[in-house]
Design a protein around this ligand. Structure first.
Ligand SMILES: Nc1ncnc2c1ncn2[C@@H]1O[C@H](COP(=O)(O)OP(=O)(O)OP(=O)(O)O)[C@@H](O)[C@H]1O
Ligand SMILES: [Mg+2]
Length: 373
């Protein structure tokens, strides 16, 4: 793993040194996996779910007892695409050695009837599966399952953006994956997703195939007390300085959301040696300006009522009762029924979330931007 130029990562996992704490979450994950329990990891956006999985997998791999496989369903829109992504991840993880492709992977690909080609421009492998009939999907999954089960070490599989499977058309992908997980009880699975409500529903609604099939683990913000020393340590390692009070200011502006804390620290670290309060303000302005074009687009996507309600929630945060007369009158939002239906639509899309009874604009940077309008 290459050392990052800036210690505050905003895109990828760069190893333990650049990962703040999460000791309790790691302990819980270890406990579940070592006791044969599957896990569903969920939390609000950009809290650090995917990074935590990478951090956890580093531990598991270095223990020498496990092999880990990370599969990301983000770009998949059908069961076929999911299986292709799964197969490609297996190939990437277990297939290539310095000498070429291992024979076990060759066998796997041939039993799948898959063809492997290399992109002439990038040299990256591309796998074609040729699955057409639905029963073929189950066959493919079973071959992959057998392959993972036969590994000498125990395999821990993480499927990220798992909620995607509930939006595939035609096939009942949830039932297919659930049956698969039951067929291979030796494979430990961590299901993870960025849409918290969809994930929670998938695992907690009685009528759904995944009902009660995994331990629910929520990921909360990194406690401020853990974040302060982590941030100060990285500043000090380059003879830079940031006061605790300023970190508190960033943390509360970011609502403790890991990505936004990292982003502000990344900017401050790159621009200043001794961080002053006005520098923090400048960085907030810069961040909001960066997102200007993206956020302005929301005005086109949302109805005028939804836009007004969203803006009012940003200004009022944290809001306990969006249907109260005080709130509606203060922002001149019109009829209660109009506000109510706008909120329902915003909550369904997770633009607005209800966290411990408070209504919040999910994307904290959007909230800070709208609050200024
Ligand atoms: N404990 C941590 N210490 C330092 N940086 C972290 C930590 N956890 C996450 N990050 C960083 O924060 C950013 C967001 O993390 P990540 O992508 O894992 O969040 P996520 O919850 O998976 O987001 P999404 O909801 O979009 O899937 C990443 O740049 C990641 O490197
Ligand atoms: Mg993620």
């Amino acid at each position: 793993m290459k050392k990052p130029e800036n210690p505050f990562s905003i895109n990828a996992y760069h190893g333990k040194d650049y990962f703040c704490n999460r000791e309790n979450d790691l302990r819980t994950l270890h406990d579940h996996i070592e006791n044969d329990r599957n896990v569903v990891l969920f939390g609000w956006r950009r809290m650090g779910k995917s990074a935590l999985i990478h951090r956890f997998f580093e531990d598991l791999e270095s223990s020498g007892e496990y092999e880990t496989l990370y599969v990301d369903f983000l770009a998949t829109h059908s069961l076929e695409e999911a299986l292709k992504t799964f197969t490609t991840s297996v190939y990437d993880r277990f297939g290539s050695t310095k000498k070429g492709i291992t024979s076990t992977i060759q066998n796997l690909l041939s039993s799948l009837g898959a063809t492997l080609t290399f992109n002439p421009m990038s040299g990256t492998p591309e796998i074609t599966l040729g699955i057409r009939r639905p029963e073929r999907s189950e066959y493919t999954l079973n071959i992959l399952g057998e392959f993972l089960r036969k590994r000498k070490k125990r395999v821990v599989l993480a499927i990220d953006e798992f909620q995607q499977i509930s939006s595939y058309q035609k096939q009942n992908a949830e039932a297919v994956f659930r049956t698969w997980a039951q067929l291979f009880p030796d494979i430990r699975i961590i299901y993870c997703g960025s849409h918290r409500t969809m994930m929670a529903e998938m695992f907690s609604e009685k009528s759904r195939p995944f009902y009660h099939s995994a331990m629910l683990q929520t990921l909360d913000p990194i406690p401020l007390d853990n974040y302060v020393p982590f941030i100060q340590k990285h500043f000090e390692s380059k003879k830079k300085k940031i006061e605790k009070e300023l970190i508190e200011k960033i943390y509360s502006w970011a609502r403790g959301q890991t990505y936004t804390v990292q982003l502000a620290c990344n900017y401050l670290f790159s621009q200043y040696t001794i961080v002053k309060e006005e520098n923090v303000e400048t960085v907030f302005d810069n961040i909001l300006m960066q997102y200007q074009a993206v956020f302005a687009n929301f005005a086109k996507i949302l109805t005028i009522n939804q836009w007004n309600v969203l803006k009012s929630i940003s200004k009022e945060e944290p809001l306990n009762n969006p249907l109260s007369r005080d709130f509606i009158d203060k922002y001149q939002l019109g009829a209660t029924s109009t506000v109510s239906s706008a909120i329902k639509a915003l909550v369904r899309q997770e633009m607005v979330i209800i966290d411990e009874g408070a209504y919040l604009v999910h994307d904290v940077i959007l909230a800070r931007w709208m609050a200024r309008l």
